[in-house]
Design a protein around this ligand. Structure first.
Ligand code: NCD
Length: 316
């Protein structure tokens, strides 16, 4: 499905990473994020969004995405209205449809950040919303703003995105951050992707097809040890417990890929370890002390990327 994008405003809605596959667009988002980071360090952020209101509507739990969007809006001088666990506290519990909820909240806010358990929910919302929708995760679909902050982190930490050798590890079936990142990586040249997952959690065919169509070199192997020494980025993900219909299958898989100190010895010194967080047990705590562990720096970058995205929605 083609994401809804208005012709006047480049980012009226942010639904899929596919809206960012143009190098200039991406570079401009990254430049703005960098500028906000510098301004923030100096305590000098311009109140560009004064008078605007962001509504965060989350039908699934969130720490980083919701707080960073809300913090981004506040730092830019805007206001925030919010409902946590929208499925329980909003009228969804009374049977209201997502479309009706969005139409109504769109009358109170200037932008809606939406997280929902169903694939395609953000697109559905965008079709009826009077204000821009930002997809903050639609089930096992996409999480475009996360992939933007992921690529921004790679660029900041490694100096560029060409010739990148990256392993995507963990739940490639349900992990929406991986789905969005795979698409975004197509902007780089000579990228090599290693897909490392338990057999039951392999990357879905449509994303595999995307990689083939964009002529991105990729291979699949569940044996991480074999590829570690070749990596620039080790991108680890959580097994998405909430998407499993059988607890038994989840329990079988849950501990199958855990990054420990032993793995670090095989990883090149220049490489980085990333994770969208939350981490459960797929990266042992001992790894946090290694300077290559970039996941907390990555989470912080989310604030500046989201400031840049909010700016791009309101000010072209
Ligand atoms: C991710 C998500 O919600 O998809 N979290 C995040 O936004 N940083 C990853 C996850 O929940 O595992």
């Amino acid at each position: 499905m083609e994401p809804v994008v208005s012709s006047q405003m480049k980012f009226k809605h942010i639904i899929s990473t596919e809206q960012f596959l143009d190098k200039e667009t991406l570079a401009s988002v990254f430049r703005t994020a960098e500028k906000f980071e510098k301004d923030d360090r100096r305590g000098k952020i311009q109140q560009l969004l004064r008078g605007k209101i962001l509504a965060s509507v989350f039908y699934e739990p969130s720490t980083r995405t919701r707080f960073s969007f809300e913090s981004a809006m506040l730092k830019l001088g805007g206001g925030v209205i919010t409902t946590e666990s929208a499925g329980h506290f909003s009228s969804a519990i009374k049977g209201e449809t997502l479309e009706d909820t969005i139409r109504v909240i769109g009358g109170y806010a200037d932008v809606i950040v939406l997280r929902h358990p169903e694939v395609g929910a953000a697109q559905r919302a965008a079709e009826v919303s009077p204000v821009p929708i930002i997809n903050a995760g639609d089930g096992a679909g996409e999480h475009p703003t996360q992939s933007l902050l992921d690529l921004y982190t790679i660029q900041k930490e490694l100096g560029g995105i060409n010739n990148l050798r990256i392993a995507l590890v963990g739940d490639l079936l349900y992990g929406r951050t991986v789905h969005s990142l795979i698409k975004l990586l197509s902007v780089g040249r000579r990228i090599r992707i290693y897909l490392v997952s338990p057999p039951a959690l392999r990357l879905p065919g449509s994303y595999r097809w995307f990689l083939k169509r964009h002529k991105i070199n990729f291979s699949e192997d569940p044996r991480l040890e074999k590829i570690l020494s070749d990596l620039d980025v080790l991108y680890v993900t959580r097994i998405q417990k909430e998407r499993f219909s059988s607890q038994k299958i989840f329990n079988k898989i849950r501990n199958s890929l855990v990054i420990k100190r032993g793995h670090l010895a095989l990883l090149p010194q220049r490489a980085i370890i990333m994770h969208p967080l939350p981490r459960v047990n797929e990266i042992a705590k001992e790894v946090d002390l290694d300077p290559r562990a970039a996941y907390f720096r990555q989470a912080k970058n989310g604030l500046y990327i989201r400031m840049a995205l909010l700016k791009s929605i309101f000010i072209s």
